[in-house]
Design a protein around this ligand. Sequence first.
Ligand code: NAD
Length: 468
Amino acid sequence: MKHYAAIIDGKPLRVGSDFTVCNPANGETVGRAPNMGQGELDAAVSAAKAAFVSWSAQSDAALQAACAAVTAKIEAHSAELAELITLEQGKPLNGMGSRWEMRGAVAWAGYTSGLSLPPKVLQDNEQGRVELHRKPLGVVGSIAPWNFPVMIAVWHILPALRTGNTVVIKPSPYTPLSTLRLVEIMNEVLPAGVVNVVTGDDQAFNLGGAMSSHPDIRKIVFTGSCATGQKVMQSAAETMKRLTLELGGNDAAIVLAEADPEKIAEGLFWGAFLNNGQTCAAMKRLYVHDSIHDAVCDALVAYAKAIPVGNGLDEASLLGPVQNRMQFDKVAGLVADAKGRGKVLLGGEPGEGLFFPPTIVSGLRNGDALVDEEQFGPVLPIIRYSDVEEAIRLANDSPNGLGGSVWSSDKAMARQVASRLECGSVWINKHGAIQPNAPFGGVKTSGIGVEFSEEGLAEYTDIQVVFV
Ligand code: NAD
């Protein structure tokens, strides 16, 4: 069994204690990761702070070239990282699984490398010249979740590097190994201390909390649950850290009466069940017009029945297990509760170990736990509606506001409804499709700030205005 090392100041570091990372498909040990404390975090932050001096002084072209070199490294190691993601996260190699995650990671890294934020001249006349410059912040702390370990690490690290910051990243205790390897690979082409990684099991020591309050970390980019995001914000307040918080969602999709059930079934399925529903902007509530409700349910169930679920290393699998016991129990509890309130159209019974089959439950309403809470797993509640105003009201009746979608053959009508949804991204006839040139973020309790594009890049900088 492999003992993975953290990378601090360009060097591998193992500590006295480490923790086991298990394959959710069979419970077998994948490897062991270092269980770090305040001392190792301080060492990582000091290394990043020292590296910032020369990293941030580089020309824009040099930073761009360094990010391109990092991208090439990630691409060259895609197959190896995909296998590690499958082993520790559970998603299949095939389909929209770990190879797909790696293609996304490479695409995002490449696109972000090519972005820039040149100075702007705000005024240049006889009264004087005024310029807006964007300056790096210093050490960026990245705290990541377990659903897309490598892609989200790339979303956090690349924009930080591109804008001249240095990084300390902390992956989730459930999926630390692919991030440890990713950072090791990055360090083959980066100066020591520019990207560091720390890991911990979140038991005796709260590493993420210690990062959020660390005096030498200038920004936290956090992706995870709303509850933890709130804690990060609280502990970051004292040091006035910059924050990007990408938090939970409970995305609604509205199927209008004019939609074609057969045509939309595939898009609805993957909108909801991508990565087994363990996706921040997955469709988590489906509102269907009365006139086509049964036809949509039938088409969706027929499509879902054909999806093979199994060990992610098996090329035939398109969905794997739920990632961890806590999430599995949450899904099982919500399904058990929903059984008494609605009708289970597909699935509903837990499988072996952490496997839970794709589950679809109709006849539910707002107020039922499966509708109101973020399930973050392979179960979709369907809610019947008869009046589109009611559907919009029900869709917006949530503290979250990450994504949303509207499905119809009448695109103009769909756009009108979409414009009234309270969420950061809204899709017509698809759900959850994000891309590196479009800002992504949540409204309401789903977060603060955005990632991707120049808008996301700007969040890794402070503005300095120069009056000449
Ligand atoms: P989580 O909040 O439990 O954990 C996220 C990270 O925070 C982990 O690295 C964890 O170790 C760390 N952490 C734990 N306690 C902390 C504390 N007190 N202070 C700082 N950090 C702490 O989330 P998760 O279960 O790993 O991920 C699932 C959640 O993430 C879902 O709600 C999902 O919707 C959300 N998510 C959002 C996005 C997005 O872009 N909006 C993307 C992916 C996942």
